[in-house]
Design a protein around this ligand. Structure first.
Ligand SMILES: Nc1nc2c(ncn2[C@@H]2O[C@H](COP(=O)(O)OP(=O)(O)O)[C@@H](O)[C@H]2O)c(=O)[nH]1
Ligand SMILES: [Mg+2]
Length: 382
């Protein structure tokens, strides 16, 4: 792969140069308008996969003399890293716009593809354990971008296991969790359809009501699917807990005032597909009732990293307080938790590890999460 950067007055000028230097197979990696000058100036980065062209055309492998001296790998990495930083800031701005959210996913995919291409170089960039750790993290579902960051700041110990341990401690220190104080008040569960909101609510209701002897009331605002409220009603019946089904904000307020004798009110919310316009706005309005609502966003680890990040950003408007990761028992790539936590910056409150109510839930613990991020197999061993 050969990468070249051009500063040109127009994109057409860049295209002409690229075609001349890199040939018809060249692809444009990025274009950027450079600010400040009186005349327009663009930075265009283009690449050609030399190995592919050589194989395809059966020509002897070209030297890179015609395209100028090949820049050193770290210089190329710097260039691409600055492109990634710019893409990330663009993505951050774009997040506010509902209509271009899908493009955000595509951009992320492109970014990953780019990182895949870079993978072959990265191998040579880290010496010894750092490279092994980079691949361990990537294999475990951490994005290349974040694995690269972690591996490049690694403190090396005398052997691989101890180096891993040092990194694990570092990750442990970076995982925020919700303090497991005794909860009171109103707790809501939000997230995409099928992530485990109702099941997780039932697990926690059982724990608080049975083990901690708290007075718990349940509210189901899940009125979109006929059967949805029935699911929670069944749990409520088994546990002997009062439940109210609400659809409007006024009903919700009314239900809360009726539950004023309860220590804890747990609220199940509808999950809707991302195609439903205005769903997040409605949910946000629904939860703004003048009393504090501790909102937990549930993300299933059976979804892809991109999918979780997209959901985390889509639910931003609800201003959730904590994250609950679900379905760890069925997921591969638990390292994706690192990306979500690093991106979102909100504490994790629980992990769920199976379908059994009430047992398959754990309090979030930084050390345990760091272990799962680095060594997927831990979930099996416990
Ligand atoms: N394997 C596994 N399945 C889970 C877990 N939590 C929930 N589920 C299952 O996921 C499905 C959807 O759960 P549900 O609570 O109805 O999701 P909701 O739509 O978000 O309310 C059900 O079959 C649950 O049993 C978990 O931690 N592990
Ligand atoms: Mg549900």
């Amino acid at each position: 792969m050969q990468i070249k950067r051009y500063e040109v007055g127009s994109i057409q000028e860049a295209m002409n140069k690229i075609r001349k230097d890199l040939g018809e197979e060249a692809v444009v990696l990025s274009t950027k308008r450079l600010r400040g000058g009186k005349v327009p100036l663009f930075e265009v980065t283009a690449a050609r996969d030399a190995s592919k062209i050589d194989v395809d055309s059966q020509k002897p492998r070209e030297t890179h003399e015609s395209g100028g001296k090949r820049p050193s790998v770290p210089a190329e990495m710097d260039m691409i890293r600055s492109d990634l930083t710019e893409m990330k800031s663009l993505i951050r701005d774009m997040r506010k716009e509902d209509s271009i959210r899908r493009e955000l996913s595509e951009l992320r995919e492109h970014m990953n593809t780019l990182m895949n291409v870079l993978g072959t170089w990265e191998k040579n960039l880290f010496p010894g354990p750092a490279s092994k750790i980079y691949y361990l993290l990537v294999a475990n579902g951490v994005s290349r971008e974040r694995a690269y960051k972690l591996a490049s700041t690694i403190d090396e110990a005398d052997n691989f296991d101890n180096t891993c341990k040092l990194l694990e401690d570092k990750i442990t220190g970076s995982i925020p969790v919700t303090s497991q104080r005794r909860r009171k008040g109103v707790i809501a569960f939000v997230g995409p359809t099928g992530v485990g909101k109702t099941t997780t609510l039932a697990k926690l209701a059982a724990r608080y009501a049975m083990s901690e002897k708290m007075r718990v009331g349940l509210i189901s605002a899940d009125t979109y699917r006929i059967a949805a409220a029935d699911q929670l009603k069944t749990y409520a019946k088994i546990m002997g807990l009062p439940i109210k089904v609400v659809s409007e904000k006024a009903d919700f307020k009314e239900a809360l005032s009726r539950f004023s004798d309860r220590d804890l009110v747990m609220v199940d919310t509808p999950g809707k597909s991302r195609k439903d316009q205005g769903y997040i706005e409605k949910l946000q309005d629904f939860l703004s009732i003048g009393v504090p609502v501790e909102t937990n966003l549930l993300l299933s680890l059976t979804a892809s990293r991109e999918n979780m990040l997209e959901a985390a950003s889509r639910f931003n408007m609800v201003n959730y307080d904590n994250i609950i990761f679900t379905k760890l028992d069925e997921a591969t790539g638990l390292g994706a938790m690192y990306d979500v936590i690093d991106e979102v910056g909100k504490p994790v409150s629980y992990l769920t590890v199976g379908q059994n109510v009430p047992n398959d839930i754990e309090d979030a613990n930084p050390g345990r999460i760091a272990k799962l991020i680095m060594h997927q197999s831990q979930i099996m061993e416990e």
